[in-house]
Ligand binder design. Structure first.
Ligand code: 13P
Length: 254
């Protein structure tokens, strides 16, 4: 049976899509479609410029808004960056940390992931910390080595108290934006391994209660099978979260 204590989280990562106007158009279609989805938390991460519009459009609803990135400093001479405090001030309650696209294109390291997670937690944001192996790493049998390395250098270096307030997202890089979803079994095996890492680093209780989302080509037609795995506590959805009907179909899957 699915754990009663781990409430499901369905999160949409809009990446570099949707202007303010497109954001304002999305929610009046999306919100009525998820009124019955009381079994899960729903989060949307718009680009920075659309966060205020998203916060306004979701006021009074159950949808929480996330940043897609944060800096580890409160303020300073960091051109192009946004701090956790700024995200809180605009109305965010979550932030995505360590997405593979940021690791790949912006040189984000495990150490930065840990610093950003801490900065987010200090001002009350819930970090959704992403990790996952790439295609070559999986093909050469290094998946567990990579996950363990990313875990230990990133979320595994938090204190137990800090760790109890984060979410993890397993996002195999080979499945992101490729249409090559991990099978439910492959995803569940990786989640089990991550839970083992949590147990080794922290405790059996921490392993049993941490929520781990799966991300990588989650679509309405495969979400049911993925969510049937009790190891999967939700999804982090890219492309399919851009369309209100398709993301609602994923959110609504029981
Ligand atoms: P896709 O759902 O488009 O594969 O993206 C997944 C992702 O990167 C979510 O953060």
């Amino acid at each position: 049976m699915r754990s009663q204590v781990r409430r499901r989280v369905m999160a949409g990562n809009w990446k570099m899509y949707k202007t303010q106007a497109e954001t304002r158009d999305f929610f009046p279609v999306f919100l009525p479609l998820i009124l019955d989805a009381t079994h899960c938390d729903v989060v949307i991460a718009p680009p920075f410029t659309s966060i205020a519009a998203a916060v306004q459009a979701t006021e009074g609803s159950r949808v929480a808004i996330a940043g897609q990135n944060n800096h580890w400093q409160k303020e300073g001479a960091f051109t192009g960056e946004v701090s956790s405090q700024m995200l809180v001030a605009v109305g965010c309650t979550y932030v995505i940390v360590g997405h593979s696209e940021r690791r790949q294109y912006s040189g984000e390291t495990d150490g930065m992931v840990a610093q950003k997670s801490r900065a987010a937690l200090e001002c009350g944001l819930t970090p959704i910390v992403c990790l996952g192996e790439n295609f070559t790493e999986r093909e050469t049998g290094r998946t567990q080595e990579i996950l363990s390395q990313q875990f230990i250098g990133g979320p595994g270096s938090l204190t137990p108290e800090e760790f109890s307030r984060i979410l993890l997202a397993y996002e195999p890089v080979w499945a992101i934006g490729t249409g090559r979803t991990a099978t439910p079994d492959i995803a569940a095996a990786a989640h089990r391994f991550l839970r083992q890492c949590v147990q080794d680093q922290f405790s059996a209780e921490a392993a049993a209660s941490v929520r781990i989302l799966y991300g990588g080509s989650v679509k309405p037609d495969n979400s049911q099978g993925l969510m049937a795995q009790q190891e999967l506590d939700g999804a982090l959805v890219g492309g399919a979260s851009l369309d209100a009907k398709s993301f609602a179909a994923i959110v609504n899957c029981k």
